[in-house]
Design a protein around this ligand. Structure first.
Ligand SMILES: [Zn+2]
Length: 595
């Protein structure tokens, strides 16, 4: 970001409440370097010495040999050493805090302050606090750390995704609470930039920080934006301070009616819906049942599943699902399914609960976002890449993405079974290519097992799909000549039966060789199908392919050995070679459960 690398230009403040106060050093006047000096050379010298001062002070923060800190601030459980004299000289709030001297005693008797106590509403994370602190010491604003200000959606420009917004919001809280006015106006501009670009859900945290920090211009912009959006009044009431939600409703009422076909609201109906929501809020699914019998209203009328997925305890979601009265794939007025809502909440247990009830993971919102994409756009690289030691709880964001991705793959395969119409031909081809490649990989890596699985699934009696060009198939011995007499219907039938056979092959593999299947899943994800054709390409490419192949083979071999040892322990290999005899055995249902 350009503004973060050119601090001096952005610090010609437009607003400073302390400038006129001669006795205070908290104002902006001390930054007007060039105007306070007489000559050009004097100005340069002063700039140079200020820059040196800035570097020297930075050492206090970044160089562990210069640890002269005399207080600590705990942020996200991590202790950050600070120097009271510097903080007090830079911020009136710190000055007052240290004068009162009410920090609890930390290590070596240094006073200790908790960030969460200093910022009662809102939140300032470790990275944001460090950037803020560094500004206090050096007068320079460092660039945003990517691991907390971007998301893990590869297609995102990160110009208004949630992590980018949250990071700016955190710095705004810090700047406003500690009254660093020039930073407040800088981050107010950044947040204003987000308001029009962001999804309306992501405007909410901006509105909340603007409200708490009394940034009226920002509040006004956010209120306008939310009022124009289709964000429902329940979300407004749940997520915004009372006054703000009211303000938005007021704007909406006074807007010219641009929805002529909007259904007039029946107050009685509204009231019933609210009663159901209240019952859900108090985890009382029995009461929900009672309310349903008392009137014509249905769970779907009340968007009860959406509501529970967004706001209730995960066990309430499970209970509502078990009533079997709600349409699990229903979209609300904004075009979101329950799974989309659960993805926004990033609560793995709700997501699992929904997937267990066969919710469709491929469904997209009106702007084309799938549940997994929603999750990815909300997740920071820091959380996604967080390493967990054995026994440690894994990061929830990461788990949500993993579960949804696995399910998306599974659904993509399941979807292939129902496709028969000619207009879906492209889709059919894509799925066939995927399955063909997957099975070919399996044949390459563990021929015996692949043969067993293909045999059981009767895949060896259908013809290999050789792609649109009919020129590949270097691995298969079942390639078929192009038949000019074949009608489109016959061709469609042939391809469909091939797809069925491959799908069954994959299912067999998943059931009996789950570890291998998982390796194959990974392989299909991170490798182009063409990697399979090791003989293609320049000598260099071939060499790389070969090396990668050997590496993968080792992985797959390990997984395979694990499967074999599990199977022989269970007596499968010695007692029977028929796959159907194991049906219903719980032992191999590994795929459905979470690792
Ligand atoms: Zn992003």
């Amino acid at each position: 970001m350009a503004d973060s690398t050119t601090p001096s230009s952005s610090l010609n403040f437009t607003e400073s409440s302390h400038v006129s106060n001669g006795s205070s050093s908290y104002g902006a006047s001390s930054y007007n370097v060039s105007t306070s000096t007489g000559s050009e050379t004097g100005g340069n010298l002063e700039l140079l010495s200020l820059s040196k001062l800035s570097c020297s002070l930075e050492q206090l923060l970044v160089d562990s040999r210069f640890d002269y800190s005399d207080a600590e601030v705990i942020v996200e459980g991590i202790s950050v050493g600070v120097h009271r004299c510097i903080l007090a000289s830079r911020s009136r709030v710190f000055h007052e805090l240290f004068t009162q001297g009410n920090g609890s005693s930390g290590k070596e008797g240094k006073p200790k302050y908790c960030m969460s106590d200093l910022v009662p509403y809102g939140r300032v994370g470790f990275e944001a606090f460090n950037i803020f602190l560094s500004y206090l010491y050096t007068g320079k604003l460092k660039p945003s750390p990517l691991e907390v200000s971007t998301c893990v959606d590869a297609l995102c420009a990160h110009d208004a995704c949630r992590p980018a917004i949250d990071y700016a919001v955190e710095l705004m809280y810090a700047s406003a609470i500690f009254q660093i006015t020039e930073l407040v106006s800088l981050f107010q501009r950044r947040l204003l930039n987000f308001v029009e670009k962001a999804f309306v859900e992501d405007v909410i945290p901006i509105l909340v920080v603007a409200f708490h920090c009394q940034l009226n211009q920002l509040v006004h912009h956010c209120v306008q934006r939310v009022a124009r959006s289709d964000l429902d009044s329940i979300s407004l009431e749940k997520e915004l301070p009372y006054e703000v939600a009211d303000n938005i409703k007021f704007f909406r009422r006074n807007q010219p009616d641009d929805k002529p076909n909007a259904v007039p609201v029946d107050p009685m109906h509204e009231q019933r819906i609210r009663r159901i929501h209240k019952a859900l809020d108090s985890d009382d699914v029995e009461l929900v049942k009672l309310l349903l019998t008392e009137s014509e209203i249905t769970l779907d009328d009340a968007n009860a599943l959406h509501y529970a997925a967004a706001y209730c305890d995960p066990k309430v979601v499970t209970e509502v699902l078990s009533l079997g009265l709600a349409d699990i794939n229903r979209k609300n007025v904004r075009g979101y399914t329950v799974l989309h809502v659960a993805a926004m909440r990033k609560e793995p247990s709700v997501i699992v609960s929904l997937l267990n009830n066969e919710v469709c993971a491929l469904e997209t919102t009106m702007d084309g976002q799938s549940a997994v994409r929603i999750c990815r756009r909300l997740t920071r690289p820091k959380d996604y890449d967080a390493e967990t030691k054995p026994g440690e709880e894994s990061n929830k964001d990461r788990i949500c993405i993993d579960i949804l991705e696995r399910e998306t793959r599974r659904n993509a395969m399941a979807g292939a079974t129902s496709i028969s119409s000619p207009e879906m031909a492209d889709d059919l081809h894509m799925k066939l290519l995927y399955l063909e490649n997957r099975v070919a990989f399996a044949r390459l890596y563990f021929p015996l097992e692949a043969r067993l699985a293909m045999g059981t699934a009767h895949a060896d009696t259908t013809y290999e799909f050789s792609g649109l060009s009919a020129s590949k198939g270097s691995c298969g011995n079942l390639s078929r000549e192009v038949d000019l007499n074949e009608t489109p219907t016959m061709k469609n039938q042939r391809l469909c039966s091939r797809k069925e056979a491959l799908l069954n092959t994959v299912k067999m593999g998943q059931r009996f060789f789950p570890h291998c299947s998982e390796e194959l899943d990974k392989l299909m994800e991170d490798d182009l199908p063409d990697q399979l054709y090791l003989d293609k390409g320049t000598p260099d490419q071939k060499r790389i392919k070969r090396a990668r192949f050997l590496e993968l083979k080792e992985d797959v071999q390990k997984a395979f050995d694990k499967d074999i040892s599990e199977l022989s322990r269970s007596g499968f290999l010695s007692s029977s070679s028929s796959s159907s005899s194991r049906k219903g055995g719980g032992k191999y249902k590994v795929r459905k459960t979470l690792r």
